[in-house]
Design a protein around this ligand. Structure first.
Ligand code: CA
Length: 232
């Protein structure tokens, strides 16, 4: 049913086999590469729908693979990294990756990430032109008038909360790092900005989420950043 084509980039054969077997069982098409240079070539020649990219590759850094691919393609990229590689995960997200999986991961986790990314893909394809109004669940943002509504009621947001909300909305489905967010909202990314970001995120959530403790719209990625989820 899916029939999306996934490019699997992983030099570790058992992990690669686990991934491709899972994809096959769930009706995805796939191609595989065991190195960075091959990944760039496969992307250029097959134009996959989603890339699963291991960051530790034998010939080049996974982050450089992302930079190369991003020079011509917006294909969603999910990076795969070891738990000890948190900083390279953040570098990968800043270089343009959409999401990440941490090794060891379960088949269910892999499939869940693919579903989130498929929704993001649908969103990217349906909004090729910048839209004036954003709708997600009960949230509506009218960019032209600079107003956000929840359940058709105007939200009372401070300018920074509104900026934050717009940034997350315009990147729905993508994990945004603290650095990316603070650079876009404040124009800098000092330690202080990250601390302020936490405060503004808490006040924004109080206004947006029914239960700020179990948020529906904005997901926290501890030590990494935030993501707006597409509400079904
Ligand atoms: Ca590896």
């Amino acid at each position: 049913m899916n029939k999306l084509q996934i490019l699997v980039v992983e030099d570790d054969a058992p992990v690669r086999n686990l991934i491709t077997t899972t994809l096959k069982a769930h009706d995805y098409r796939f191609i595989a590469a065991a190195a960075g240079e091959a990944a760039v070539m496969e992307t250029a020649s097959h134009n996959p729908d989603i890339i699963l990219l291991d960051l530790g590759l034998p010939d080049m850094d996974g982050v450089d693979v992302i930079t190369r691919i991003r020079s011509w393609s917006n294909v969603p990229i999910i990076v795969i990294s070891a738990r000890s590689e948190d900083s390279s995960k953040i570098d990968a997200l800043d270089a343009g990756a959409d999401d990440y999986l941490t090794k060891p991961f379960s088949v269910d986790e892999l499939l869940a990430r693919l579903r989130v990314t498929q929704r993001r893909l649908a969103l990217i394809q349906s909004s090729n032109s910048q839209q004036a109004v954003f709708v997600n669940g009960q949230l509506r943002i009218d960019f032209a008038s600079g107003c956000a509504y929840l359940n058709e009621e105007e939200m009372r947001l401070t300018p920074i909360e509104y900026k934050l909300l717009c940034l997350l909305a315009q990147n729905t489905g993508k994990v945004l790092t603290h650095k990316f967010i603070t650079q876009n909202v404040w124009g800098s990314s000092w330690e202080n900005d990250v601390a302020s970001l936490r405060v503004f995120m808490a006040t924004l959530r109080k206004k947006l989420e029914k239960a700020p403790g179990s948020p529906q719209y904005i997901q926290t990625h501890i030590g990494i950043g935030y993501r707006m989820l597409k509400i079904e």
